[in-house]
Design a protein around this ligand. Structure first.
Ligand SMILES: [Zn+2]
Length: 61
């Protein structure tokens, strides 16, 4: 059984094999590592939070 499942990253919208899944939503390793590096004052950080919040909202519907 091969596990070559591809997922669409919710941050960049690209299809990747490697990454993490949070609340059944996929974030590729590139975006994940970028999130870790991103400073809280960076505008990109707020974009990530915005995306994450959408996930949370979806799961609570
Ligand atoms: Zn990504």
């Amino acid at each position: 059984m091969e596990d070559h499942t591809e997922h669409v990253c919710i941050i960049c919208g690209q299809t990747k094999e490697e990454g993490i899944t949070i609340v059944s939503q996929f974030i590729c390793e590139d975006c994940e590592s970028e999130m870790v590096r991103t400073d809280a004052n960076d505008a990109k950080y707020h974009y990530f939070i915005h995306q994450m919040r959408q996930i949370t909202m979806q799961t609570h519907v």
